[in-house]
Design a protein around this ligand. Sequence first.
Ligand SMILES: Cc1cc2nc3c(=O)[nH]c(=O)nc-3n(C[C@H](O)[C@H](O)[C@H](O)COP(=O)(O)OP(=O)(O)OC[C@H]3O[C@@H](n4cnc5c(N)ncnc54)[C@H](O)[C@@H]3O)c2cc1C
Length: 446
Amino acid sequence: MRRVVVVGAGPAGRAAAAATAAHGVEVVLVDSAPKLGGQYDRQDTRESGDRFALPSGVEYLPDSVVWAVEPAPGGHRVHVRTGPADSPERAGRALETRALVLATGAYDRSLPFPGWDLPGVYTAGAAQALAKSQGIAVGDRVIVAGTGPFLLPVATVLCSVGARVVAILEANDPVTGWMKRPGGAVAGWGKFGELARYSVLLGHHHVPMVRRSAVIAANGTDRLEAVIASRLDHDWNPVAHTERRFEVDAVAIGFGFTPQLELAVAARCDIEGGFVAVNAAQATSVPGVFAAGEITGIGGAELATHEGTIAGTAAAKLLGARVRVPFRAMRHVRSGRRFAAALQSAYPVRPGWKGWLRDDTLVCRCEEVPYGELRRAVGGLDIGGVRSLKLATRAGLGLCQGRVCGRNVAELAGLADAADGFSRRPVAAPVRLGELAEDTPVESER
Ligand SMILES: Cc1cc2nc3c(=O)[nH]c(=O)nc-3n(C[C@H](O)[C@H](O)[C@H](O)COP(=O)(O)OP(=O)(O)OC[C@H]3O[C@@H](n4cnc5c(N)ncnc54)[C@H](O)[C@@H]3O)c2cc1C
């Protein structure tokens, strides 16, 4: 059977699956989460039923992780494990396909600061996911800090589950940023309506937004007791004598997003500027592999959806379907990308964050590598790339495999190959030795 395999059931993957199925081509939609949605549309796992419906012709595999992608005759072989990650009885499948759509999304970026390894310091995405999927507030008194419009929905959902959000600290000055790219701001006009709704809700909860400020240290013995915030100059260097202490039991930190690239890197897709490079049909540099959504650029759920529609249509065409050109989606993608570029320039991560670190600040939490050790290695050894950096310091070699620290460590070491180097993980998700040794029958295309 000919089929398109779509990895990721966020806005991009769902749209890709729907577009492929609409052209009469079978689809297998694989997602590691227990419910459809991805990040933006994450559903409450405690509720039965599903907010989203998939068209017929889509075989949906929830709770299923793609742990490897490898070349196969005429296409790719996609290795899947289905079942909870901690279950010893996960079922394995090896699906061959000539048309693979990668829509694996992104995860949020944290920056290190003294005390960021204390219990009570969360990524903004984790705080949001706990609130959205289980109704849990990460603390009673919470600060949300970082940069980007994402801080607003995080603060809003925290309020909705009963947390007192003491403040939102935005490290940039977004008004100035957006004014530099008015065309991009106009292209994303719909998004501003959404942001205005969040602002109203936050006003209702008396949550102040403080611009050009950041959490530069967290204090506590066994867990977070307070954070130290500071005003920042344009480059994010703390401004002297502006430090302020906030007594909080949780802080949610988000500095934009990092695309989830390991499957694209495993498939040998070209990466440009940290994202998967695609053409107007969302085709990557590798024949038969398409990419859509946040792995091709950070632009929000709407852009991801339109890219998914184009990718799914192009994948169906590759398998011989007569397709209708998705002109509407293509138009939206053009304006969505203008908005994405403006978003990136309005909320950059500026270099002054490196000055928040002390020598004993951990830069890699899994392997407990302090900043001083990284600095000494970079100063004293001939570190030419990510590989030698990992071997010299062990940063990025722990459980998260550099997902949390990779970009930061590479920036601190002045290396340019962070996206590619830290995303080179032939085994994209943890698998047991027994699962590796299993002789999983290959489901080839007929
Ligand atoms: C933590 C977080 C929270 C966000 N919240 C908001 C928000 O509130 N508002 C907003 O406007 N935007 C939000 N965004 C931005 C948002 O991600 C996008 O706008 C939109 O969800 C992107 O859609 P996507 O389909 O590209 O990826 P996603 O929605 O991220 O979906 C990707 C899917 O791929 C799956 N996946 C990844 N790797 C594998 C694998 N190896 N095997 C199987 N499945 C895999 C993931 O489980 C996920 O379900 C958030 C982003 C993040 C990272």
